[in-house]
Design a protein around this ligand. Structure first.
Ligand SMILES: [Zn+2]
Length: 306
């Protein structure tokens, strides 16, 4: 049963909740901390892999923001060199469904091309900022040459998460949706308790929940859905990041809760599931997706982490 660890590589000043307090113009003057934090995550993945009995790598997917990639190309190279997948988180971190079709297309292409240029490999995956997906956005992602998207979060209690029309015969709780093309959606995992959907895939909710409780939920998700898709951001393991004091109390709570313990919690999560395989989204799509069509053309050539 595969576990898909995914990281949205953006910095503390780029998150949606702080948009109204931090202008795009001010980004270049902000303290860039994403590089150090992402290296810390890469080291964490190497360390947890080295403790595995089967010696298998702990492979993850890094959805890198184009703006970050442009400033930290060596980091992007390093993510690929250590055997992980580099995918796109767009260039400007703007909500997809709020952009004009032309702007969205430009953002999707610009980030994809930039990352491909840095890594020398085709970029096939995309995650929308703040899970801002809808059917038209999904179509735009497909039309710009991506093989899969991972922007659907079925939790409805968060105002910004988007929604999708599922392909025929597919359930919201399925770990992978297959659209004609083929094209794929890898939804972020949530816990389904009867009719209720509880956010369980990462972010502030992961930092808030005690490790043991979270683990029990992940076990249940694995039993029910055969895989678990998790997301996190490099700034979530950075208790020293500058505080945005102007933001409202709820945003600050969600952003700053348990930053100090998050890194350790991630180690605990990975160690608790040392029997499972940790694979990139691309690998998951290749193995789980239909054997016909486009994905068979992708040859994953990666350097080993040694
Ligand atoms: Zn993001």
């Amino acid at each position: 049963m595969p576990i898909l660890l995914t990281f949205d590589v953006e910095d503390w000043f780029q998150v949606e909740n702080f948009k109204e307090y931090i202008s795009y113009d001010s980004w270049p003057q902000r303290e860039l901390r994403v590089e150090k934090n992402t290296y810390s995550l890469l080291d964490l993945l190497d360390e947890t892999a080295s403790r595995r009995a089967d010696g298998k790598p702990v492979q993850a997917t890094f959805f890198v923001l184009g703006w970050v990639a442009e400033r930290c190309p060596v980091l992007v190279e390093e993510i690929a060199r250590r055997g992980h997948e580099v995918a796109s988180h767009g260039y400007w971190h703007q909500l997809c469904y709020e952009q004009s079709p032309a702007d969205l297309r430009e953002d999707l292409l610009r980030s994809k091309e930039l990352l491909a240029e840095i890594t020398g490999t085709e970029v096939v995956g995309y995650r929308a900022p703040s899970f801002s997906i809808n059917d038209a956005v999904l179509q735009a992602i497909r039309d710009t040459g991506y093989l899969y998207d991972s922007s659907y979060n079925s939790y409805e209690g968060h105002g910004r998460y988007g929604s999708l029309t599922l392909p025929a015969n597919q359930q919201c709780s399925d770990p992978l949706y297959t659209y004609p093309g083929p094209f794929y959606e890898i939804p972020v995992s949530n816990l389904h308790l009867g009719e209720k959907i509880v956010p369980w895939g990462g972010g502030g909710y992961f930092r808030l929940l005690p490790s043991l409780l979270h683990r029990a939920g992940v076990q249940r998700i694995l039993r029910q859905h055969d895989s678990f898709t998790f997301y996190m951001h490099p700034w979530e393991i950075d208790p020293g990041q500058p505080r945005v004091k102007e933001a409202n109390a709820s945003f600050r709570f969600h952003h700053y809760i348990n930053l100090r313990s998050a890194r350790k919690k991630l180690v605990t999560l990975i160690s608790a599931f040392s029997e499972q395989q940790f694979v990139s989204c691309e690998e998951f799509v290749k193995h789980k997706g239909n054997s016909d069509g486009r994905q068979t053309k992708f040859q994953v050539v990666r350097a080993t982490s040694e």
